[in-house]
Design a binder for this molecule. Structure first.
Ligand code: KG4
Ligand code: ZN
Length: 348
């Protein structure tokens, strides 16, 4: 049985967790920086990095104390090494290196996206490879076939904005504040999903990719036009976004081949309309539908610790960890062989 300390600091959540190979989360702490970034309507990298630097060390100490463990009881230290805001990633990775050096325990450099991709297996022991994964967060919007640890085939990505980013921008346009996804979802409950005519970018296209920039612009025009209520705009945006997911996923699921399940991960997986849609799509295709519990959907350190455990299991007994000079990576695609999507170049 292994116990892993996980550290997450790639965006605006500072988090530490202890997870064991029996899928038990022994302790976890998470601090969001929403208040610090709210005045700017989005994450400010410099502010994020400073906040991680202030909070992380005491948070790791508190996590160990909660579990009644010391570093001696930990088998490895896993930290997000990218992709993400590089200042924040460096804070977490350097902390992990220091702990690894001081304790003599292996360092595991985790791809944040792999943390999201494997998180459903922390919650559900019966989820087997391969599965189709919709990874939708503030920075990422991809469909992947997951064949195993480190084995990913990217089926689709976004050519402009990520889905969470589209939720956040819609929230900003509607003056709902930051972070936007949950606020848009709440307001949408009071609106008419067919109340505002909005586009479904790339719907019907044979290429698999997503696009949300046109939808965001249409939301801005609808707001500026002054004819629609904010609730109708929010509900119609959410409807258009879920329609896009359904349309795009159909193309990718054809290309995915045989998979055991349809899995959703990333912050937008917290959205109930998105979950309900995916549940329906999975049922139509006789696929299992697996979504991690909400707390595991948004950024957290339990998923990073779990990715460390999966890596330990995959590497076998000879694995002594990643090198202590492992460099933080602002970009780190899960499928380095994937051909770039038209118009892409901003997001991994
Ligand atoms: O995975 P995550 O915590 O951070 C990234 O790695 O990006 O995802 C955060 C994103 C934000 O864009 C946020 O607005 C979105 O997930 N989100 C939601 C909901 N909860 C979080 N989007 C739609 N509906 C929600 N309930
Ligand atoms: Zn994330």
């Amino acid at each position: 049985m292994a116990v892993i300390l996980g550290i997450e600091s790639s965006c605006d959540e500072t988090a530490a967790a202890l997870v064991d190979s029996n899928r038990r989360v022994l302790a976890q702490h998470i601090a969001s920086q929403d208040d610090a970034h709210r005045p700017y309507g989005g994450v400010v990298p410099e502010i994020a990095a400073r906040a991680h630097a202030e909070r992380l060390a005491p948070m790791i100490a508190a996590t160990l104390a909660d579990a009644g463990l010391s570093l001696d009881d930990v088998d490895a230290i896993a930290a997000t090494a990218g992709p993400g805001l590089i200042g924040g990633v460096m804070v977490g990775l350097v902390s992990a290196k220091a702990l690894a050096m001081a304790s003599g325990k292996p360092l595991i450099a985790v791809n944040h996206l792999e943390g999201h991709a494997l998180s459903p297996r922390l919650a559900d022991a019966s989820l087997a490879f391969p599965y189709a994964l919709l990874l939708v967060s503030g920075g990422h919007c991809q469909i992947l076939r997951v064949d195993g640890v480190g084995q990913y085939r990217r089926l689709a990505t976004t050519i402009d904005d990520a889905l969470g980013e589209a939720f956040d921008k819609t929230a900003k346009i509607l003056g709902l504040g930051y972070p936007g996804g949950p606020a848009v979802e709440r307001l949408a409950e009071q609106g008419d999903p067919a109340g505002v005519p909005l586009p479904r970018p790339l719907a019907g296209s044979a290429e698999p990719h997503f696009s949300f920039a046109g939808l965001k612009s249409a939301v801005l025009r609808a707001k500026e036009g002054g004819r629609y209520s904010d609730a109708d705009i929010a509900a119609s945006f959410q409807q258009a976004a879920t329609d896009c997911i359904a349309d795009r996923l159909a193309v990718s699921l054809k290309a995915a081949g045989d998979v055991s399940a349809l899995v959703v991960a990333g912050g937008v997986a917290a959205n109930r309309k998105v979950r309900a849609l995916l549940e329906g799509i999975a049922a139509e295709r006789n696929l299992r539908f697996v979504a991690p519990p909400l707390a595991l959907c948004t950024d957290n350190a339990a998923m990073i610790a779990w990715a460390g455990i999966e890596r330990l299991n995959a590497e076998g007994a000879d694995f002594s960890g990643d090198p202590l000079d492992f460099a933080a990576r602002p970009r780190w695609p899960l499928d380095p062989g994937a051909t770039p999507a038209r118009g892409a170049g901003v997001k991994a």
